[in-house]
Every structure is written in C-alpha cells, then in structure tokens.
Design a protein around this ligand. Structure first.
Ligand SMILES: Nc1ncnc2c1ncn2[C@@H]1O[C@H](COP(=O)(O)OP(=O)(O)OP(=O)(O)O)[C@@H](O)[C@H]1O
Ligand SMILES: [Mg+2]
Length: 267
C-alpha cells in the first residue's frame, strides 16, 4: 500500500467562545482519517459538525487544539501551493478579468507568464470558458464563476484539492455538468480530492469513499467504500438497486445525526 497523502491523527479542535459571554465550543473530537494518493473522498454530515473545520486544518489556515495533521508524513504548519481550495461561493476578484483571476496565484508568486499562460487557457477551455478570458466576473453566471474558480484551483497543479460544497449553489443541470467535468479533470490529473457535500447522490457519484460525520463535536461516524466502477453514468447509476441501497444507508445515518445536531443546539 502506498504512503497516505494526508493523515489526521486524533485531531480535536476547540474554538474560543465569543468575548465575555460564550463558552468554548468543541468543533471536532478525536478525528482520525487518511487520504490515499489519487483518492476521491466525500465528507458528509449535519450542518455545524466540523466539515469546513477539517478542510481548513488540512489547508493550513488553522491549527488543531490537539492531534496531528500530516502531509506525506510531514506536519502541516501552513498553507502551501500543493493544496488547492475551492470555496462554496466562488471568491473572484471583481475588478480582474477571468484570465487574471485564474492566473492570480502564479502572477503574485512572480512566476513568468510563459510558464502558466497556456495552461490557464487550456483549463479555461476545459471548463467551457474559451472566449470568456477577458470577461469580468460580473458578466458571468454563478455556474460560470464557479468554473473559473475550478480552473484557478487547478492551475498550480495541486496534489490535493479541498472542495467545500463547491456546487451547492448551482442548479441541478449545471451541478451535474460540473460533477462530470470534475471527474474528467481528476481522471487525467489524479489529484487527491476531499470534497464536502450535503448531497448523497453527489457523494455516491463522485467518491471512492464516503465519510459520514456525527453531529458536533464531529467525529467520523461511518465510512463506506463506493463500489461502482468508473466511468460512472449518472442515469444508469441511479437506476442500480445497489445505488439505492447505499443511498438509503447513508441518508439514514445523515438524518439521524442531523436530528441529534438539532436536539443538541442550545435554544
Ligand atoms: N472561527 C470560529 N470560531 C468559533 N467557532 C467556530 C469557528 N469556525 C467554526 N466554528 C464552530 O465550529 C463548529 C463547526 O463548524 P464548521 O464550519 O466546521 O461546520 P460545517 O460542518 O462546515 O457546517 P456547514 O455544513 O453548515 O457548513 C460550529 O459549531 C461552528 O459554530
Ligand atoms: Mg461548512
């Protein structure tokens, strides 16, 4: 077996309460998980269970209260170009063109344009935005903006892509197109992906493995290997009785944890 790309070992995260009044909040308790090189893992769980916290810790935006996070066996101390992030809302600079948004990272790092420009155009073409390079973000639809964010995340060639409900705000048609596109690029790059979603169909369509988290303080409640062969076709997949059975099982756990989360929330 290859060495894990990412390892979380007994990770806990406690946030300080609001100044003056709030008690500290345990967001994660004793999370252990691994991501193998090239693996596509989906993370599901009720709102507030700590999914974004896990992504932020792996990204190096934040530090755990206890436990260890390792990247290729080395402790994660800070963000790095080998870890890309796609947020739920596409965070584009409104005053920059599509192309300048996509190339922002390497430009700021002082990388010569000749090394990234053709790749940037290739990724924009891949996400269906050829001809939109000089548009401003406000001239694009929400789905197009999210595609720009995807091209931007992919340009530095990240080994790991952390995606926080990236397609949550999209309509069903655009979402499916984005899922297929993501799988196409992942198939050719074999980036390791950790993808947060609330949508069980999306998780079963995309992932090699699905992790379902418990209500806050979050821990991994259930882990399922998704057995369907690739390439997957959404229509035949959703018609497969095995898909139905797996979906019911995941939904059952997610609903149970969502109920626990609501009961536990303070009034
Ligand atoms: N910076 C912070 N300061 C204090 N508490 C925080 C902070 N970030 C997150 N939390 C708390 O940690 C818990 C987990 O938050 P997180 O954003 O990771 O949840 P989530 O699973 O991503 O939820 P959602 O599905 O709604 O996005 C929540 O109770 C939240 O209030
Ligand atoms: Mg979140």
């Amino acid at each position: 077996m290859s060495k894990p790309r990412i390892q979380l070992q007994h990770v806990s995260k406690r946030f300080a309460g609001a100044p003056g009044s709030g008690a500290p909040a345990d967001a994660l308790t004793d999370i252990s998980l691994t991501l193998e090189p090239g693996e596509f893992v989906c993370l599901l769980g009720p709102s507030g269970c700590g999914k974004s916290t896990i992504l932020n810790l792996i990204a190096g935006f934040d530090r755990p209260t206890s436990g260890a996070l390792l990247l290729d066996g080395n402790p994660i101390q800070r963000p790095g170009p080998e870890r890309g992030f796609v947020f739920q809302q596409p965070t584009l600079f409104p005053w920059l063109s599509v192309l300048d948004n996509v190339t922002f990272g390497p430009r700021m790092a002082g990388v010569p344009a000749s090394t990234y420009l053709s790749d940037a155009r290739r990724y924009l073409a891949l996400v269906g935005l050829e001809g939109f390079e000089h548009h401003a973000p406000w001239q694009l639809s929400g789905g197009m903006r999210q595609r720009v964010a995807l091209a931007r995340a992919w340009l530095p060639g990240p080994e790991i892509l952390l995606m926080d409900e990236p397609f949550g705000a999209l309509d069903a048609q655009t979402r499916l197109m984005m899922q297929e596109l993501l799988i196409d690029v992942w198939t050719s790059t074999r980036t390791t992906i950790l993808f947060v979603t609330h949508d069980v169909d999306e998780a079963l369509f995309l992932a090699d493995r699905v992790l379902v988290m418990s209500a806050r303080p979050g821990t991994v409640r259930e882990e399922l290997r998704v057995p369907f062969e690739r390439p997957r076709d959404i229509e035949s997949l959703t018609a497969d009785p095995e898909f139905g059975a797996l979906k019911r099982r995941v939904l059952h756990v997610v609903r149970e944890e969502a109920r626990r989360a609501v009961v536990k929330e303070p009034a």
